[in-house]
Design a protein. Sequence first.
Length: 336
Amino acid sequence: MSEMATPKKVSTYLFLHLVLLLLLPVVFDHVDAHHGLKVGFYKKSCPQAEVITKKVILKSILDARSLAGPLLRMFFHDCFVRGCDGSILLNSTSQRAEKDATPNQSLRGYQIIDRVKTALEQACPGVVSCADIIALVARDVVEATGGPAWDVETGRRDGLVSLLNEALNDLPAASLNISSLKASFQQKGLSAKDLVVLSGAHTIGVSHCASFSTRLYNFSGNGDADSDPSMDPDYVTALRKKCLKNGPNNIVEMDPGSFLNFDIHFYQLVSQRRGLFQSDAALLDDHETRAYVQSHQNGYSDSFFKDFVVSMKRMGRIGVLTGNSGEIRKVCSKVN
């Protein structure tokens, strides 16, 4: 049996217990905050911010569901260049901006971001950043197309610089092999699991023939008519009908038959060697990413949805500006 507690020991215990109770909110607030971001950042300054954003997005996706893919990719393309600072939205001035770089030419939906910003400026002038709008919109388009919803960490501020060359250097190309893809993600603090999970976003949206045509014709680079041997031959034949050699830069669904719905079908395609991009096929060339693809090829989406939420949050913390850094743009396409 323990010795009887003395008044001095009881007093010390009560004191330590009180200190712990006082510190708990601080500790948990620190755990919840990541680089100055937190869920509910606008709770007091603009309490309707997320409701306003979602209302605009739901109407926009109802009118044009095909915009969901580009709006989701906008978040990826923003975060991988200078961090999640809204620099993808800035127009070129004397220096050419990110949005004019070739990898960003297929992005669409800037007008939707502007609609959200206009609505938020009317409700709460100068409060909600364009960088946070991109993050909120990404969540809302995923949910609107059948994917998971999640609590978005907010508190980002907008960057003042946008450079075309940085987009060319930092955005992982669709033609990269698995080692280059893993290195690109690692530079941003993301893991191989984040790579394979975030690649699942290819379940919605379309691409142009130019982004993958080298897989269909002259893959060896010797002037032959050979195709990428890692691609299913029947899929090659189907794609060649849509993407003629030296033909028009047509649009092709990234996830045929399911490109408007956020689901797990992408992993089924990749496991069948029907991933559209080399970067999709490359997921089978690494033991960790291949295991993830194969474990999700049977159509059970629950674990993928949970993983996608985690990876989106991790990506959303890349290089963020918070506190007094950057600014809150009045118009997303130009600095104040």
